[in-house]
Design a protein around this ligand. Structure first.
Ligand code: ADP
Ligand code: MG
Length: 329
């Protein structure tokens, strides 16, 4: 570590500047310069901001935070079926902490390399820890997966890791809050789901031309599915017992099991619809993407969302999605 703290430009040079690959001009000038997309391709763009205390806890390892900041953005590209190209990083840091920056940059750039996208620019300022990333992706004209494409009769599917499901990230948060006790391997597994989500980019690409609609799950299934239903002008029934769940979520009392699976938040899985006859194509896409998918419900003409248990009985509780300006938790 150097005796004097790094200045803004040394910091950018040391941690966030690399040789441009596809970009004509990367970090270091007033703008990045990117080559136009080939004819027949459209640009997909999305931004996500992470604020300490709201989107992540101060206990998170810097490397995982770097990973997550990019992962939540990649999850949006995945939901649209876009191929990742490049991203920018706007960073507010309370101080120059080289241990933090080293880990953060490592986690961030490892995921960027794994997904083949390059960091082309950004902004760095002093301030409360805040990370804003904008991702750019490519999708063939007219093939982007949208929230508006769900049709009556479609099956509702959700992605998940083998042996894991929805609600694991929320379970980890509740352990941090002291509301649930979980130790050793079980805690580490759900903590990874919260701190280190895997963006389902390969699945999004494989679902182009197969799925009728898609969204990524960031605020919880109930709220995110609500967006799909509203944009598509349809309703749905979801079987809460069909939701994929980890053994740790499955072991909880039914109230928290249902609440966190249906509305836990931070899942970063893909929720998508496909015609009932397209089941073989859906399973083949999931196989190609090396991720599990499970059918959890049906799109119906009657508006609104109905949540039932495995016997078809309506669930007694109401479940709300996470809303930054409404939710107390
Ligand atoms: P300007 O003052 O023209 O906005 P800056 O001095 O803020 O430019 O940034 C200098 C260069 O470093 C620019 O190319 C900018 O894109 C890049 N940059 C700044 N912060 C970051 C960061 N956190 N990650 C990647 N590139 C960055
Ligand atoms: Mg400038």
């Amino acid at each position: 570590m150097s005796a004097k703290p790094l200045g803004e430009f040394d910091l950018i040079a040391r941690y966030f500047t690399r040789e441009p690959r596809r970009a004509a001009l990367g970090v270091g000038d007033d703008c990045a310069v990117l080559a136009p997309l080939p004819p027949g391709q459209q640009l997909a763009v999305s931004s996500d901001m992470l604020v300490e205390g709201r989107h992540f806890l101060s206990t998170v390892a810097p490397e995982r935070l770097g990973h997550k900041a990019l992962a939540v953005n990649l999850s949006d590209l995945a939901a649209c079926g876009a191929e990742p190209l490049a991203f920018t990083l706007a960073l507010a840091l309370p101080r120059v902490d080289e241990v933090f920056l080293d880990g953060f940059a490592r986690g961030l750039l490892a995921l960027a390399d794994a997904q083949g996208l390059e960091l082309v620019g950004g902004d760095t300022t002093a301030g409360p820890l805040n990370i804003c990333i904008t991702v750019f992706g490519a999708v063939p004209v007219g093939q982007a997966l949208l929230r508006s494409g769900a049709r009556v009769g479609d099956v509702l599917w959700v992605s998940h890791p083998a042996g894991g499901g929805l609600g694991d990230a929320r379970l980890a948060l509740e352990v941090f809050r002291g509301n649930v006790a979980l130790s050793g391997e079980a805690f580490e597994a759900v903590r990874r789901r919260m701190e280190c989500p895997t963006p389902r980019v390969a699945l999004g690409l494989a679902l182009r031309g197969v799925a009728s609609s898609a969204i990524d799950l960031s605020d919880g299934l109930v709220g995110d599915l609500g967006h799909v239903l509203a944009r598509s002008g349809v309703g749905a029934t979801v079987d809460a017992d069909a939701l994929p769940k980890s053994p740790w979520l499955a072991a909880l009392p039914s109230a928290s099991r249902y609440a966190w699976g249906l509305a836990g938040g931070d899942d970063y899985e893909l929720l998508f619809t496909a015609p009932a006859g397209a089941k073989p194509e859906v399973l083949a896409a999931a196989h190609r993407a090396d991720v599990a998918v499970t059918p959890i419900g049906r799109i119906e003409a009657s508006g609104g969302l109905r949540i039932v248990d495995g016997q078809g009985a309506p669930l007694p509780q109401g479940f709300a999605a996470f809303d930054h300006f409404r939710s107390a938790t």
